[in-house]
Design a protein around this ligand. Sequence first.
Ligand SMILES: [Zn+2]
Length: 69
Amino acid sequence: MSKPTSLIRADTKWESCPNCGDDRIEGGNFDSEGDWVWQRVTCTECRSSWVETYTALDRTDIEYREVVA
Ligand SMILES: [Zn+2]
């Protein structure tokens, strides 16, 4: 059986590689649009890579500054 090219949230073990299961994975630069963010993640063990997509939950610890006119 061939491996899936995409995994839904519930089927993903976020801390490990979907190919080899190693936890040595590292993300690249983030791209974003609206409240969606994604990045390409690479496994340093088997060199597989994939895109992980995230969505914003909230904004916290807001520190307001005076608006300079
Ligand atoms: Zn791997």
